[in-house]
Design a protein around this ligand. Structure first.
Ligand SMILES: [Zn+2]
Length: 317
């Protein structure tokens, strides 16, 4: 039995996971962002989640080899530090040491996007492959890389940030401070921006109908709804979005040639005929290995929001 924790900005999700990567018990505890010793409070809450999970299954700490946790920011798994997070009062926090004060198990630490990739690799759509790149198309573009069965995190454990491959050095400003990053275009936020830009130019577009005539109601789904209504402007937005995403995928394929690229996050839930199929057409035979087989497959993630928790349960020491 293994235990994985997915640390988020609003809750801690913890689960007991069997050898096959199935969640057999689950616990979610709300987290409040507060500034009085947040790191210790976070570690204590994580330990409480583990204790409650074990109690609920009539198990004890000795039934687990370790606890794995994915964090929403870079970590140093060698030193046991949670280095920082955009939305949490965290700076080089010794989470492993704090955790040990409340739970007598070693804590293995990873970045949440990397954990999600490991989860899909061990138990999801990537389980029949040796190498995988996961892109989570959400507010940002989270990525994780598995090469020859091992998570790749780089020389300082903060690599595998495929969302910050630049597509355009004079392009949109990204949250990382550079310009033209894949994340600025291929995230749900990027798609919403493209949608709003089109709506402002074309007041007669059915994008307005799909968004209930309000720019505030534009979501990552709006463009797909308007395409279904037959709107040509929506088709243009979707084509532009998929062009950016496709170029990002080609960069990754040319660099790594993974067996499979797995797409997760809200946008990936769109119908295949509007998302996956045209995306595959965008990249078909445009990589440098176009005359070689096998080709990198592009598929959807299957574990949804559980991928990070499951992957955390299988983190290396
Ligand atoms: Zn960036």
């Amino acid at each position: 039995m293994y235990c994985g924790i997915d640390v988020g900005g609003t809750s801690i999700k913890a689960g007991l996971v069997d050898d096959g990567g199935h969640i057999v018990a689950y616990k979610s505890i709300p987290v409040e962002i507060r500034h009085d010793d947040f790191p210790r409070y976070l570690a204590k809450t994580m330990a409480e989640a583990v204790g409650e999970l074990l109690d609920g299954c009539h198990l004890s700490f000795s039934d687990l080899p370790y606890v794995g946790a994915g964090f929403p920011g870079p970590v140093d798994n060698k030193k046991g530090l949670f280095l920082f997070a955009p939305n949490m009062p965290i700076k080089e926090a010794p989470i492993r040491a704090y955790f040990l004060e409340y739970c007598p198990l070693p804590l293995r630490m990873g970045n949440d996007a990397n954990c999600a990739a490991l989860g899909e690799f061990r138990a999801g759509t990537g389980k029949d492959y040796n190498s995988l790149v996961l892109l989570t198309l959400g507010t940002g573009v989270g990525t994780g890389i598995i090469l020859d069965g091992k998570m790749w995190t780089g020389c300082n454990q903060a690599g595998a940030e495929g969302g910050h491959i630049s597509l355009n050095i004079g392009g949109l400003v990204c949250g990382c401070g550079r310009r033209g990053c894949l994340e600025a275009y291929a995230s749900a936020s990027g798609l919403i921006r493209l949608t709003i830009d089109k709506m402002l130019t074309y007041k007669d577009s059915l994008l307005w109908k799909a968004a209930e005539n309000s720019l505030d109601k534009v979501t990552g789904k709006t463009v797909f709804q308007a395409v279904r209504l037959g709107d040509e402007r929506a088709r243009e937005v979707l084509d532009e979005y998929l062009t950016y995403l496709g170029e990002g995928l080609l960069n990754i394929i040319n660099l790594l040639q993974p067996d499979v690229i797995v797409l997760g996050g809200g946008i990936s839930n769109a119908d295949d005929d509007l998302f996956l199929e045209p995306l595959r057409e965008k990249i078909a035979n445009r990589d440098l290995a176009k005359y070689s087989l096998p080709k990198t497959k592009v598929v959807k993630a299957t574990l949804g929001n559980d991928a990070g928790l499951i992957g955390a349960a299988f983190l290396d020491a």
